[in-house]
Design a binder for this molecule. Sequence first.
Ligand code: G3P
Length: 244
Amino acid sequence: MRAEVRVPLILVNFKTYREATGERGLRLARVAEEVTGRTGVCVAVAPQIVDLRWIAESVRVPVFAQHIDPVGYGKYTGHVLPEAVRETGAAGTLLNHSERRLVRSADPSRRKLELEVLRAAVRRAWEVGLKPVVCVDTVDLGRVVASFEPYAVAIEPPELIGTGIPVSKARPEVVSGAVEAVKGVNAGVKVLCGAGITSGEDVSAALRLGAEGVLVASGVVKAEDPLRRLLELASAAKAHIPDP
Ligand code: G3P
């Protein structure tokens, strides 16, 4: 049975980091499972596509793809088929990550087409039962994407990615702006933030700004002690869960 995705959510993106590839990725997913067990906070992982199935089959945490393409069965060599991702046991997918952008052009007519591709990818994800988490680099794009009704919008200023400078402290207005913009369009769409998150305090700051979780990579994947780091992040998130 697939593990449930809930907020506050800590979503760990494995990218193509060596520390999170193959066996090491599975080990890191087990760390996520342990942290969920110890804190009750939902910690999800986004491994590389080739590691999805065995991680999804081995570990009881929600597993996300890093990308899907809005294609169907057929003549689409090299594309990532949503149905195939769902069959691995994945619970969701990232879309439009800064490092795998679907929307990249400034030219209005090209951008319009790219937005339609992104909208189609969101639709395909839901169709096959994957929760789409769409990454955006600006509040304005977040507002547009919210109207596509993804599971979540994740705001990530690209210049802070991998720097250890947390978006929630360095650019708080971007996080609160994204929350306001997304919720203004559709209150049901969750808002995550990411880039530079490394400490419990960064997570608390994000949740205080109205985010419902964080997207994190290097702060966990490259930590000397990922278990300790992830426990710190999840414990900070837990402190924001209202008493029943
Ligand atoms: O997807 C998460 C991401 O892009 C943020 O990366 O290394 O700054 O946590 P990082």
